[in-house]
Design a protein around this ligand. Structure first.
Ligand code: ADP
Ligand code: MG
Length: 398
């Protein structure tokens, strides 16, 4: 892991600290409906405030595309944040210029202030140096606590790190450490579970993982593409038949890198993908022309369980089956519970991420026992693809 500084490395008392947070929370009728993203940054905000910093929050909301869109104001989010922190959070109607400067000037040590949506200015997403300078004018120190926006080189997520002394916030720090323990510098053997709908959306991810992990379990719809490429019947399953060469190339790359690829040995099929459909577990060669493969089978789960027994690290993205409709959630739920159980027993480290993956792990009641669950979405996937995230890189360079 490249070195980055944390809140342990700086004395923030009396300093104006610009903190980039991800507060792009779901809202309905002007009220925050899910506070997960706010909860995540509470430790950083309370710590800074307790240490006597003037805490200035920067964030974005929605996609106003460089224009002032009143419905995308962060004001209601500032109120929700104040409620969660049980401390006042002041609000400035512009993130730069007079209005911001005046609001910052009135802050006492320990006070909090939220600046209006940075994306109301074109310079934010363009990472315009002039805009970054205007933001920097209100701070002495920069703290990035938003891993989930760090795959974007925007002014508040990247540009600022070059203008002010830059530090990782506590949530950023936790995410970077967890990810490092999963792929950067993991205990081996490392087993990756990759599932989901399509190979085409996860090509870069598969190519990166075969070079890094010891075992790659492929499930979900994307396994069908691999099975078809190996000459197995897949009936009318979701399958990218035109990606046969790609699938074979990935299998070759895995072999060359010494990564064992684990594909389903048996599958659960139905004639239709709907609740109450007649689901059958059958061997691979028995898949009929009008069958849809919707989950991995019992033997596959047994084999996966054996592999898990002597695995030290698990990285997971993508459900093993069409988990939205039972019983096709069985593979994902069974495997998730085993990973959770082994993690809880201290036998392995587990990291998971991805929108549908999180929904599936919650459905399995397994999320709480994983070592780390990333809610970073796109940033998590880019990290799985082996890409350097600009916001993280800028922190390390600072
Ligand atoms: P994530 O959001 O965690 O990255 P994806 O979006 O890649 O995951 O994949 C999730 C989707 O994959 C789910 O909608 C699920 O129904 C679908 N899926 C998984 N297995 C199958 C399958 N065998 N056939 C069709 N769809 C599947
Ligand atoms: Mg998804």
């Amino acid at each position: 892991m490249s070195a980055f500084k944390t809140l342990d490395d700086v004395d923030v008392k009396g300093k104006r600290v610009l903190v980039r947070v991800d507060l792009n929370v779901p809202m309905a009728d002007g009220k925050v409906t899910d506070t997960t993203r706010i909860d995540r940054v509470v430790p950083t905000l309370t710590e800074l405030s307790d240490k006597g910093a003037k805490v200035i929050l920067m964030a974005h909301f929605g996609r106003p595309k460089g224009a002032v869109v009143p419905e995308m104001s962060l004001k209601p989010v500032a109120e929700a944040t104040a409620a969660i922190l049980s401390r006042p959070v002041a609000f400035a109607g512009n993130c730069i210029g007079e209005e911001a400067a005046t609001a910052v000037a009135t802050l006492a040590d320990g006070d909090l202030l939220m600046l209006e949506n940075a994306r109301f200015h074109k310079g934010e997403e363009a990472n315009d140096p002039e805009f970054a300078k205007a933001l920097a004018a209100n701070g002495d120190i920069y703290v990035n606590d938003a891993f989930s926006v760090s795959h974007r080189a925007h002014a508040s997520s990247e540009g600022l790190a070059h203008l002010l002394p830059a530090y990782a916030g506590r949530s950023m720090e936790a995410e970077l450490r967890a990810l490092d323990a999963a792929l950067g510098n993991p205990q081996r053997p490392v087993l990756a579970v990759v599932g989901g709908a399509k190979v085409s959306t996860k090509l870069d991810l598969l190519e990166n993982l075969v070079g890094k992990v010891d075992r790659l379990v492929i499930g979900g719809g994307m396994a069908n593409t691999f099975l078809a490429a190996m000459g197995k019947p897949v009936g009318k399953s979701l399958c990218e038949h035109d990606l046969g060469d790609t699938a074979r190339r990935i299998l070759e790359a895995a072999k060359a890198a010494g990564c064992e690829v684990i594909l389903p040995k048996d599958v659960v099929v139905a004639k239709e993908f709907k609740a109450g459909a007649d689901a059958r577990c059958i061997p691979l060669d028995a898949v009929a022309d009008d069958d849809m493969i919707l989950d991995v089978g019992t033997d596959s789960l047994g084999s996966l369980a054996v592999h898990m027994e002597d695995t030290k690290t698990v990285v997971w993205n993508g459900p093993l089956g069409a988990f939205e409709i039972p019983p096709f959630d069985n593979g994902t739920v069974t495997a998730a519970r085993q990973v959770a159980m082994l993690t809880k027993a201290g036998r392995l480290t587990s990291v998971a991420g991805g929108g549908d993956t999180l929904a599936a792990l919650n459905q399995a009641g397994a999320s709480d026992d994983f070592s780390y669950i990333s809610t970073a979405g796109g940033a998590f996937l880019e990290w799985l693809e082996g890409k350097e995230l600009p916001g993280v890189k800028a922190l390390s360079a600072s």
